[in-house]
Ligand binder design. Structure first.
Ligand SMILES: *Cc1c(COP(=O)(O)O)cnc(C)c1O
Length: 428
């Protein structure tokens, strides 16, 4: 599949049926797998042979879909997880332990921010948050001897900042640690972080990859580029024998291309069990089959809506990386030449009250705590996810009370704009 273009990989990578086999990916709805001898099974437990024994660790349906996502990102190995949260936790915890330190962009998904700043802190893992707009010197200053990973999002949810992946990768590598990029919003159709130097890529497949709001899921892809053994002192989990796996040293036995995902599956999936169900993986794959067709439409609608909103008297400001004049326009031109995603945010001049009136009158855009599926939806953080905050706190967090996030779906853009127009006119 590696010779084919991305569009073809979206449709066909990960599964090639043999003669007389099902054309569609089979859903292997089985928790367990049968073997003739205990010796056969013993080899699987020793990681001496590859195969399936229990769906908490690996399942053929999930593996086929993971292989497709790895092919799309240009990585050497991939795995599915039960959610995007699980993917980011696994990607970090696979190389961090009590006493480690992470450098992370401050402009990331709220759930990931809590995961790193609160929950992983309880595990003894420290973090330094840096601006996505940090200079090389500012980034360098965030590192410590115990730094083990750098983390950021290509296009941040919900701030819509664009990360300078090349710079973050350069600095991470200068300090001997990998760069982990959450590429949920652009998807590999619009950006492939590995091509810019990222080492590990994560996804909430719940969003555009599934694309229909039908299954929660996540994915991790390894570029196979990071040389763990060259920094063996930093990554003992990969570079010294794992006593819970009969003394296997992952980086030696599975090499650069396989060590990260093998360890993540063999240890973290075994112990935490955040596996995706084969049924969900099947639904995810249906979404992936049209990802390359859907993303350009999400971008077309997002761009049209952003341009429309920018001209409206009721609107104070619009954030959309590929909108001319956006703070991230130049960076978007470099990293997102075909556009970013369908999520647009705008601040209404009338604040919270205007946002409430506007959203109440929208007919096509439903009010949802969700983004990135076929149906347009919207959210006012001040009256929903950030409801407990005062006006002052909201402003300090960069979330003005009148901010509305609109996730443009796949409807006709003229219908979307007409709907937004009539709702804006109600504000009065
Ligand atoms: C939604 C989201 C997540 C979390 O994913 P879940 O599938 O909801 O667990 C992580 N990162 C980004 C960028 C997201 O948008």
């Amino acid at each position: 599949m590696s010779d084919f273009k991305l569009n073809t990989k979206c449709v066909q990578a990960g599964y090639t049926p043999g003669n007389g086999e099902p054309r569609q990916i089979p859903i292997i709805q089985s928790t367990t797998f049968k073997y003739d001898t205990s010796e056969d099974m013993g080899k699987l437990f020793d990681l001496e042979a590859s195969g399936y024994f229990y769906s908490r660790l690996q399942n053929p349906t999930c593996d086929m879909v993971a292989a497709k996502i790895a092919a799309l990102e240009g990585g050497t190995a991939g795995m599915l997880t039960s959610s995007g949260q699980a993917a980011n936790f696994f990607a970090l915890f696979n190389i961090c332990e009590c006493g480690s330190h992470i450098v992370a962009s401050s402009s990331i998904y709220g759930g990931t921010f809590n995961l790193i700043a609160v929950t992983m802190a309880k595990m003894g893992i420290d973090v330094t948050f840096v601006s996505p707009d940090s200079t090389e010197e500012e980034l360098n200053a965030a590192f410590r001897d115990n730094t083990r990973a750098v983390f950021g999002e290509t296009i941040a949810n919900p701030a819509l900042t664009v990360l300078d992946i090349e710079l973050f990768a350069k600095v991470a590598h200068a300090h001997g640690v990998p760069l982990i990029i959450d590429n949920t919003f652009p998807t590999p159709v619009n950006c492939r972080p590995i091509e810019w130097g990222a080492d590990i890529v994560t996804h909430s497949t719940t969003k555009y990859m599934d694309g229909h709001g039908s299954a929660v899921g996540g994915a991790i892809v390894d570029s196979g580029h990071f040389d763990w053994m060259a920094h063996a002192d930093k990554f003992p989990g990969l570079c010294t024998p794992d006593e819970s796996y009969h003394g296997i040293t992952y980086a030696e036995k599975f090499g650069r291309g396989g060590a990260f995902i093998t360890k993540c599956t063999a240890q973290l999936m075994r112990d935490f069990g955040c596996s995706q169900s084969p049924q969900s993986a099947f639904l995810l794959n249906l979404g992936l089959e049209s990802l390359h067709v859907r993303m350009p439409r999400h971008v077309e609608n997002g761009q049209a809506v952003a341009e429309f909103l920018a001209q409206r008297p009721e609107v104070a400001s619009v954030s959309y990386p590929t909108l001319k004049g956006d703070k991230y326009y130049e960076r978007a031109t470099k990293y997102l030449p075909n556009g970013g995603c369908g999520v647009v945010s705008c601040e209404l001049k009338g604040g919270r009250a205007a946002a409430e009136i506007f959203m109440k009158h929208l007919k096509l855009a439903a009010i949802e705590t969700h983004v990135a599926d076929a149906r347009t939806c919207c959210l006012n953080p001040a009256t929903s996810t950030h409801r407990q905050m005062t006006e002052e706190q909201l402003n300090a967090a960069g979330i003005p009370a009148g901010l509305v996030r609109i996730s443009c779906g796949l409807e006709d853009k003229e219908d979307l704009i007409a709907d937004l127009k009539q709702a804006l006119e109600q504000i009065g």
